[in-house]
Design a protein around this ligand. Structure first.
Ligand SMILES: CC(C)(COP(=O)(O)OP(=O)(O)OC[C@H]1O[C@@H](n2cnc3c(N)ncnc32)[C@H](O)[C@@H]1OP(=O)(O)O)[C@@H](O)C(=O)NCCC(=O)NCCS
Length: 158
């Protein structure tokens, strides 16, 4: 995970690299999600090299009004613009609908995170609403995208 969360270029949209402690806290959050729910973000491994290039997977996310199953994706910047994030996000969506039985899945991102929005769109999602949140003494805007199992009719572009 350090090659993702502790990499300044990868984390630019969040204001820069996280510290080792922040990275370890995130890892512990993932492990807790596996223990509590049986799912979490998964490592994405490039078959050609066997190396971890990103994370993608389901985790419960607290919005301003509710807790929802969210598909998140984080890839080291050297592996952007190759379609890997969308490929992984689409697979997670099918797992959420077909194996876990969710009726709706979400992707939620900062209002400046256009790359993340585009993955959500490629994953067949529509923007539903936004909300403001106070974080680190700043007001940030988050957009909520989702797709419903009942709406799955080839909207994804993969
Ligand atoms: C969000 C993030 C994962 C998006 O990564 P990405 O590489 O832009 O997304 P994809 O993997 O879907 O790649 C799509 C791009 O690959 C291109 N591509 C190349 N080959 C492709 C293929 N075989 N199939 C699909 N797309 C392909 C697409 O044309 C598209 O190009 P573009 O970015 O120039 O428009 C990445 O920016 C990231 O890790 N950011 C930091 C962490 C983050 O913000 N995570 C989201 C938190 S809410």
């Amino acid at each position: 995970m350090r090659n993702i969360f502790c990499d300044a270029e990868t984390m630019a949209v969040f204001g820069g690299a996280w510290s080792n402690e922040e990275c370890l806290a995130r890892l512990e959050k993932q492990l807790q999600s596996y223990r509590d729910n049986g799912f979490g973000r998964w490592a994405v491994i490039l078959k050609a090299t066997g190396k971890v290039i990103g994370l993608c997977g389901l985790q419960y996310f607290d919005t301003d009004t509710e807790t929802v199953p969210e598909i998140g994706y984080f890839f080291n910047h050297m592996f952007w613009h190759k379609g890997y994030a969308t490929e992984a996000a689409v697979a997670c969506k099918h797992y959420a609908f077909d194996i876990l039985g969710f009726e709706e899945v979400y992707s939620i991102m900062l209002g400046v995170n256009y790359a993340s929005m585009n993955v959500a769109i490629r994953n067949g999602m529509l923007v539903r609403r936004h909300y403001m949140k106070r974080e680190d003494d700043k007001d940030v805007i988050r957009y909520i995208f989702s797709t419903k199992k009942s709406d799955e009719s080839g909207r994804e572009t993969l």
